[in-house]
Design a binder for this molecule. Structure first.
Ligand SMILES: [Zn+2]
Length: 273
């Protein structure tokens, strides 16, 4: 089975992990911008965006994985407020020119006013660019941060079908289902987050509608083969092959508008270091 991993930070892993992803069936990966420290200025973030578009794009292609580059300011990487205009202008330019194709990873961590203001601006940018926004929810106070995020999504006027609310828990999926809004809902299969067993229970209860599984592969504990784990033993977990296909591929294809997603050809000649 060929997977689309809809949320990764592969640039924080070595080539052996990219090879492991490809071996585990990942055909395309969304690479989301993220710095684990506050950015001291716009340059830190802009250089990160260039890194993803240049070196990381090439590394994924070499590994045989189609790259989908997402750029954005994660709430843990907030730069000084005076630097934001420059960062947002660069994001606009990179998406408009096709060097990046989605906005992420954005969201709220502590729910500070600075985070909310920036999330609103980034959601409006995604709306104006007709780009999909990948929106983080934190481990702490997840429910409250999600509710604040939903208010900002409404204020920004971005279509729910352009928003992936990520790192959700099964109970928050139920809460979103009750709102009858058609957001995409991301579930991260990672140590301490969603397990394949929880995922199977959730799908048995409400189907695969709008659900997207991802690894959130980063410098933190995470699995290059998270999607393959999700697809493993589907009979034992009670999921049908078509359920697995929706969770690990076709819902992401729809969310990112990738109707012509096809495997890339691995190249082994370049010498990216
Ligand atoms: Zn992430």
């Amino acid at each position: 089975m060929a997977f689309i991993d809809a949320h990764t930070h592969t640039f924080l892993r070595g080539p052996e992990d990219l090879a492991a992803m490809a071996r585990a069936g990942v055909e395309s990966a969304v690479v989301c911008a993220f710095l684990p420290v506050p950015a001291s200025g716009a340059c830190s973030l802009i250089d990160l965006f260039f890194w993803l578009d240049d070196v990381e794009r090439k590394r994924l292609v070499q590994a045989g994985i189609r790259p989908i580059i997402a750029i954005g300011v994660h709430p843990r990487a907030l730069p000084p407020e005076t630097e934001l205009d420059r960062v947002l202008a660069e994001m606009n330019s990179l998406v408009t020119s096709g060097r990046a194709s989605a906005i992420g990873e954005i969201g709220l961590e502590t729910g500070s006013e600075a985070e909310k203001s920036l999330l609103l601006r980034q959601l409006r940018l995604a709306r104006d660019l007709h780009a999909t926004a990948i929106v983080h929810t934190p481990r702490a106070d997840k429910r409250e941060r999600l509710r604040e995020t939903l208010r900002l999504v409404d204020e920004a006027g971005i279509a729910p079908g352009r928003v992936i609310l990520d790192h959700l828990t099964p109970d928050l999926v139920a809460e979103l289902d009750a709102r009858s809004r058609h957001f995409w809902m991301g579930l991260t299969v990672q140590p301490g987050k969603t397990t394949p067993e929880q995922l199977a229970d959730l799908v048995m209860a409400r189907g695969t509608r709008r659900l997207i599984v991802n690894s959130d592969l980063s410098h933190m504990p995470s699995w290059p083969d998270a999607l393959a784990m999700t697809a493993q033993r589907p009979g034992e977990l009670g999921l049908k092959p078509e359920d697995i296909e929706r969770l690990t591929r076709s819902n992401a294809e729809e969310a990112f508008e990738l109707p012509d997603a096809r495997p890339v050809t691995a190249k082994h000649t370049s010498s990216v270091t």
